[in-house]
Design a protein around this ligand. Sequence first.
Ligand SMILES: [Zn+2]
Length: 115
Amino acid sequence: MDQTREIIYKEIMEFPENKNLVEYVSKFIKLSKEGTRYIGRCPFCNKENRLTVFEDSNTFCCYFCYKRDTINDFRNLLLELFEFNSSDLKYDWEERAVRRRSRERIIEKLSKNEE
Ligand SMILES: [Zn+2]
């Protein structure tokens, strides 16, 4: 693993102490608060404002690609996005381009967190 991948893997595997999903997702994606929900760009389909994180139930749902559920599900999807437990080869070239852009955004966000 190169250094960037090592950092990404560490960030993905590291849950906040209380397993707070808003806190966890915020490491990777910029979320904005709307009432008791948080909205942001979905990292899995890259659609703006489709990802919703529910603070009260500690769950998420994307209203475009319908990826959803718990902090464990979110983590597993991130591991898949970064090809830690699968490969992008099963996707067509268009989906692969979307996933690549999404990875770039997350890496950019992680580097901003350091500042
Ligand atoms: Zn989505």
